[in-house]
Design a binder for this molecule. Structure first.
Ligand code: WTA
Length: 711
């Protein structure tokens, strides 16, 4: 196992040996009134207590939400099934919006949106695009949000959406995305948001799995001055769904980019071309038909709030199920503690993740809204308008313009900013910042230190938050004000989280020994299942490690980790067949199936390889079909490599495009026929040393024979 883990661990070469410890600072030094947890001793005391009495701890946290009816029981735990706040009734939208209006905060800002297009630097913009002169900014108060959400909730009802249905959402980062999600929650429908960077196939697969009858999208989204044609992708998906016998009843389209594509010229109520049973509706026309009064549905604590698909080791993505009461409690608490959220104190929170990923669900939408701290949404790229060399300073401009107090982003973004140079952030007033967060993959110390100095001005605590789609929220993170930080370590478990590094037998390992990252007790934000696939839920997460004393299953995150002599956790990366590319989780099988769907490809094996910016990049080893090459007069050349990489981008999405495609005569396999991924990973990692980008076929037969006995 040790060497399997090393593949993720060594992803980013670290030239700097960082042993510094950064002490927690006093709240006043940063202009906070106080910290929620203000010393390591206090954290340790609270953490200990939260593990001794998890039900007491979590019920006192849950009481900070508004409930329509209180629960009878805090927890029902029949491993691996947990039910939290059993019998309690509440509503997510009510907790994010209505309760603040009712408490007299209706005029406070709930959401700030900035669009990508700007005026003054339009020379960088594609000719003919419609741009405003100033950055487009829109703010919504809780009252405005309540009205918009209620109205859209009525639209959904009019289109037949009922409590318990699953609505698929495929939208750009616009306020209407938040509105659509909250509208679903308001009427008790679950949302299933698909990241706008995914290809039509992903929509088809997910909408089918979720039995979605309604899809919400937009005519397009902005990305570096280009329009991403979301509606066109949805139409393609709807057609292939219809061909597979799944009829989507309605597609609601937000007019956002207003580009003049033929597809954007439909009349509300028209059928989708090639799938006429599916009716198209303009968002604004539907809104005009309904009122803005819509009560919040009373939901059972364990009713599904949303589905979010994530990659696994098989080709098919997993629909992770999150429910209402537990998820809300966990996200409200973690968001408050990790970012020291204090409503009404002028905080502005910006998490730059797309809402299409779990970080966006928990920490763009639900967390800040529940905590009544304005949340900022930016639609677009950090390098738009684009400067020479592809650089950009848009993020720093946004932080200065909106006086952002807590900023949360990914290591891959930080490494990109580093590469663009220190002078770009230096041009902007970043003095409003108080806390910086990072998420998505291990952060290399160089990037951590740069973030600390050049964005945080050396004063802002950095919270390196380790968690997963499945965990709902942060499970290991420093608490600013309490936890001294070490660059590259996600430090200590969240309150109420019983984390450990264990061996296969479930025994906790001594300091600095690498092992499996597990959580030994249930927590409110944990996934409740994999939609429609009980077996996958049980075996993936609960089937590998048990409590050696009681035989009770532990939750295994599929990450390797170690804990140092101070009890700090160091996550080393995935030990299953998924890769983190620019912080996005991708299944190697998804990429492999995309490759073999190309007629030139006989077999493919995909592994991660270290990449300075992305953390990991995709390297694909491919065997070709000689007959196809002959018939099409093609050779295993650069052009074919490009074509295959492009094919993956088209099938899965641009984020899955391999950085390297390598042709080989055969794939190295064990005697039992398993592809030797470890060998391929080593080869991919040593890519510089081996003849780079050679078009000659690689022959692995010798090495595989040598290694066959090891696997
Ligand atoms: C990785 C993202 C190290 C990890 C919230 C995990 C991290 C996977 C960190 C989940 C971190 C996330 N340090 N590794 N701070 N945060 N990871 O589901 O491998 O997209 O298992 O959720 O990201 O990815 P997911």
């Amino acid at each position: 196992m040790g060497s399997a883990m090393a593949s993720g661990a060594g992803a980013i070469s670290s030239t700097l040996q960082e042993h510094r410890v950064f002490p927690a600072v006093a709240a006043r030094e940063l202009g906070f009134d106080s910290w929620h947890v203000s010393s390591l001793a206090e954290y340790k005391r609270l953490h200990k207590r939260s593990l001794e009495d998890p039900e007491g701890f979590w019920s006192s946290e849950a009481r900070k939400l508004s409930w329509f009816a209180m629960w009878d029981r805090v927890l029902e735990w029949n491993a691996p099934d947990a039910k939290w706040f059993v019998g309690g009734k509440t509503n997510a939208c009510y907790n994010c919006v209505d309760r603040h209006v009712q408490a007299g905060y209706g005029d406070e800002v709930a959401l700030i949106w900035e669009g990508e297009p700007v005026g003054p630097r339009t020379s960088h913009v594609a000719p003919g695009s419609a741009y405003s002169k100033e950055p487009q900014v829109r703010t919504l108060t809780y009252r405005a949000l309540q009205q918009e959400v209620s109205r859209f909730a009525n639209v959904l009802k009019r289109l037949g959406v009922r409590k318990g249905d699953i609505v698929t959402i495929y939208m750009p980062m616009v306020p209407e995305l938040a509105i659509a999600m909250l509208a679903c929650a308001r009427i008790g429908a679950a949302h299933s948001v698909i990241f706008g960077g995914f290809a039509p196939h992903a929509i088809t697969e997910r909408a089918m799995d979720a039995h979605s009858k309604v899809i919400i999208t937009a005519d397009g989204g902005w990305r570096r001055g280009e329009v991403v044609k979301l509606q066109v992708n949805v139409e393609e998906a709807v057609r292939s769904l219809a061909n597979n016998g799944h009829i989507v009843n309605h597609v609601v389209v937000l007019r956002h980019t207003g580009h003049d594509a033929p597809s954007a010229r439909f009349a509300t109520g028209a059928g989708v071309e090639g799938a006429v049973a599916t009716k198209m509706h303009w968002w604004h026309e539907e809104l005009a038909r309904v009122s803005d009064a819509c009560p919040c549905e009373s939901m059972d604590s364990e009713d599904m709030l949303f589905l979010l698909y994530t990659s696994g080791s098989t080709g098919k993505p997993k629909g992770i199920v999150h429910t209402t009461g537990g998820y809300l409690t966990f996200v409200q608490t973690t968001c408050k503690l990790t970012f020291n959220m204090q409503p009404g104190t002028g905080q502005v929170f910006w998490c730059s993740a797309d809402i299409g990923w779990v970080t966006g669900h928990s920490y763009v939408l639900y967390g800040p809204l529940m905590n009544r701290v304005p949340t900022l949404l930016y639609e677009g790229a950090p390098n738009f308008p684009t400067m020479e060399g592809g650089k950009g300073d848009r993020f720093w401009e946004i932080i200065a313009r909106h006086k952002v107090t807590q900023f949360y982003t990914a290591p891959t973004a930080i490494r990109t900013f580093m590469k663009w140079g220190d002078d770009l952030p230096a041009r902007h007033d970043l003095s409003s910042l108080k806390i910086l967060g990072t998420v998505g993959e291990p952060i290399n110390p160089e990037a951590w230190i740069w973030y600390n100095q050049h964005i945080g001005g050396g004063r802002c605590p950095i919270v390196d938050t380790y968690w997963q789609t499945e965990t709902g929220g942060h499970i290991c993170t420093p608490l600013p004000g309490a936890t001294p930080t070490k660059p590259g370590s996600c430090t200590m478990p969240m309150l109420g989280i019983d984390a450990a590094v264990v061996n296969e037998a479930g025994e906790e390992l001594e300091a600095n020994k690498g092992g499996l990252f597990v959580i030994r007790k249930p927590w409110p934000g944990m996934l409740r299942g994999v939609y429609g696939n009980r077996e996958r839920f049980v075996s993936n997460y609960w089937g590998r490690v048990k409590d050696p004393a009681t035989g009770m299953p532990y939750y295994f995150s599929a990450d390797g980790a170690r804990r140092d002599e101070d009890g700090y956790f160091w996550v080393q990366g995935r030990i299953d067949d998924v890769i983190k590319v620019s912080g996005h989780l991708l299944g190697t099988m998804e990429v492999e199936s995309a490759l073999v769907s190309h007629p030139a490809v006989a077999e493919a094996a995909v592994v991660g390889m270290p990449h300075d910016i992305k953390g990991n990049a995709i390297c694909a080893f491919v065997t070709l079909r000689p007959n196809w090459l002959i018939a099409h007069k093609r050779a295993p050349d650069e052009a074919l490599k490009k074509e295959l990489a492009q094919h993956v981008a088209k099938e899965v999405g641009a984020l899955a495009r391999p950085d390297q495609v390598r042709f080989t005569e055969s794939l190295p396999k064990t005697r039992s026929g398993k592809i030797m991924r470890r060998l391929l990973r080593d080869i991919a990692a040593g890519v510089e040393k081996i003849t780079q980008d050679t078009t000659t076929l690689e022959d692995f037969s010798v090495v595989s024979r040598l290694r066959a006995d090891e696997e």
